[in-house]
Design a protein around this ligand. Structure first.
Ligand code: DAK
Length: 275
């Protein structure tokens, strides 16, 4: 299939049918749920799972019927308990480098998706699992969630961006502590440290994620997409250049039909109907 052509998720079921480790389903209008589906090994990421995740993200990027993506893990115990240690154990140094490059590329693709991505962390998010959650736009967690980068226990460093994203999210000192001890944080601490936005009982996590996603899905798709770009690109710029970028994008947003509709609707005292 031409990678540039927009699609509806509902029309490409044949492309997702052969996946063994990932589920991608339309959960409600405009909202898709991607589940890492290897519960027997706590949803650990091997090369096949990363390859399927890569394909799933390509579909999401061009799906016209997805406005928000939720990501979670199958079962009640884990979001993702890390890269698959049994898989990694067999790798040579060069293969390890390719594995890390594969993970890095997939997580970068996730970060750059045009739609917001919410991680629903329903248990262990360790190593590559914590790195996966940190590549989403924000996280909601169940009370049983546990976060950590335990690579140091295995004699390796994080390989999917963990040392960099964790430092940006919780600050240098706390990142160094977590990375060098391999200590796990519970959901409450992760929330206090700004890694997680909200914590819910396990049974309520998906419903609460849906409520948030529904709020986002009613907004202007273009404005949400531009906002994501501003936040993503701006965080690594100095404030002056980041604000110049914001002025440019603000100007750009004035050229959209959604801006016409949003402002007209406000002045006419009605709800906007975005394109
Ligand atoms: N990989 C493979 N299998 C795993 C796994 C993992 N990460 N985590 C759990 N499992 C499997 C267990 O082996 C067990 O399988 P069976 O024995 O039933 O066949 C099953 O899942 C259930 O796990 P447990 O029996 O251990 O369950 P517990 O409740 O007792 O413990 C746990 C849960 C999450 C505390 C424990 O499973 C655990 O510590 N898991 C490993 C967590 C971990 O260390 N994760 C980080 C992995 S390292 C790089 C690229 C990437 C990375 C690094 C470098 N480059 C190439 C340089 C990334 C590294 C990581 O993510």
């Amino acid at each position: 299939m031409n990678s540039q052509v927009p699609v509806c998720l509902s029309e490409v079921a044949d492309e997702t049918a052969h996946w063994q480790n990932i589920l991608l389903e339309q959960h409600a209008e405009g909202i898709s749920l991607l589940t890492i589906n290897r519960p027997k090994v706590l949803n650990a990421l091997n090369a096949d799972t990363l390859a399927e995740l890569d394909q799933a993200l390509d579909l999401v990027a061009k799906a016209t019927d997805i406005r928000v993506l939720l990501i979670t893990g199958a079962g009640e115990k884990a979001f993702v308990a890390g890269a698959d240690i049994a898989h990694m154990r067999q790798l040579s140094a060069l293969e390890g480098k390719y594995f890390a490059e594969q993970g890095m590329a997939v997580f970068r693709k996730l970060e750059n998706l045009p739609v917001p991505v919410i991680a629903l962390v329903n248990g262990y998010a360790l190593g590559g699992g914590c790195e996966l959650a940190m590549s989403c736009d924000f996280m909601l967690a169940a009370e049983n969630a546990r976060f950590g980068q335990p690579e140091v226990n295995l004699g390796v460093t994080p390989g999917f961006g963990g040392s960099q994203r964790l430092t940006r999210l919780v600050g240098r000192g706390m990142a160094m502590e977590l990375l060098t001890t391999g200590r796990m944080m519970n959901a409450e601490e992760a929330q206090q440290r700004g890694l997680v936005n909200h914590v819910y009982p396990q049974a309520e996590l998906l419903g609460e994620g849906m409520k948030l996603a529904e709020q986002i899905a009613t907004k202007s798709r273009t404005a949400v997409q531009l906002t994501k770009q501003l936040v993503q690109r701006g965080q690594d710029l100095d404030l002056e250049n980041a604000c110049v970028m914001e002025s440019d994008v603000f100007g750009l947003s004035f050229s959209t039909p959604d801006r016409e509709e949003g402002m007209a609707a406000f002045l006419e005292g009605r709800k906007p109907v975005f394109s």
